[in-house]
Design a protein around this ligand. Structure first.
Ligand SMILES: [Zn+2]
Length: 299
């Protein structure tokens, strides 16, 4: 093995010299999150973690930084075969993921990392709350930026609105891990294959379009986050907290997806662009409108 001719940004594959070099170049850690969960007859079961990991690896090749191995396990999961549900989706209970993430952030801080990006490829509404809330809380606790977000929030404005084994996820995995999608098998799936729209709409090209937007934004964030000063971090925390507050409030007054569902419409689809531009006050302002004044009735 010749360390001079290879470059890895994957923590578990590094020799210490490689870790030191990557850390010195950019002391930022990416943590991909997901689970093993049924994703139709056409997708590999680890889609969420595989997707998040591949996106982090691609981003880190641009930005520098170090990608931690993906976590398999989280909040919720379908009542389907080959699916692990570590914690419930529709209750407030959370005894595993939150402390695990907080400990992880503390450990990375102890090692000297200057920013953490937790990217979840699994996004039940409660998983989203926990990950984003931990990001805001640990940013304050460590006085070092921690972002916790699903990948689709960074691609809303190019048309990926988040789905489960639908056109978006299937296309992303098809692009990122071509051997792990067998689109023709969807014909045998009574749920995902029933009207043919996922087979017709999915393609690796569409996955590339979403992935390129996500990884470009991740890379920009990874390079910028260590430079955020106190005022910038504080504005970031206010914005992220406002998003979580809207979602939690909507969950009580309306239904579990109240605020997260509204993200799929303008102006909320601007989240990724505003985040990279560090226009946190604008995110905070629109978060106030995620639930106020309207009651969603559809399910
Ligand atoms: Zn998924």
């Amino acid at each position: 093995m010749d360390l001079k001719t290879r470059e890895t940004i994957q923590w578990e594959r590094m020799l210490p010299e490689e870790f030191r070099a990557a850390f010195n170049r950019l002391p930022v850690v990416y943590l991909p999150l997901g689970t093993v969960e049924w994703h139709g007859e056409h997708n590999a079961l680890g889609l969420d973690s595989l997707k998040a990991h591949a996106l982090c690896v691609t981003a880190a090749r641009q930005s520098g930084g170090i990608v931690h191995p993906p976590l398999y396990g989280g909040m919720g999961g379908l009542h389907k075969p080959a699916t692990i549900r570590m914690e419930p989706e529709d209750t407030w209970d959370n005894h595993l993921l939150r402390p695990w993430l907080e400990k992880f952030c503390g450990e990375c801080h102890r090692l000297g990392f200057k920013a953490i990006i937790m990217l979840t490829g699994h996004y039940g509404h409660n998983q989203q709350i926990v990950v984003r809330e931990v990001g805001a809380r640990m940013t304050e606790r460590l006085q070092s930026p921690v972002l916790g977000t699903p990948e689709y929030w960074l691609a809303l404005d190019v048309g990926y609105l988040g789905d489960h084994a639908g056109i978006g996820e299937t296309s992303l995995l098809w692009h990122l891990e071509p051997d792990l999608v067998a689109i023709e098998r969807i014909k045998n799936d009574p749920d995902y294959g029933k009207d043919g729209h996922i087979e017709a709409g999915s393609s690796p090209e569409l996955g590339k379009k979403y992935a390129d937007t996500i990884t470009d934004r991740l890379a920009k964030l990874a390079q910028a986050m260590p430079t955020w000063d106190f005022a910038t971090r504080s504005a970031f925390v206010r914005a992220e907290r406002a998003l979580v507050s809207a979602q939690v409030r909507g969950w009580r007054t309306d239904q579990p997806w109240a605020a997260w569902r509204k993200l799929r419409t303008p102006p909320f689809t601007d989240y990724g662009r505003l985040l990279v531009a560090e226009r946190f006050d604008e995110i905070e302002a629109f978060a106030e409108k995620l639930v106020d004044g309207e009651i969603e009735t559809s399910s």
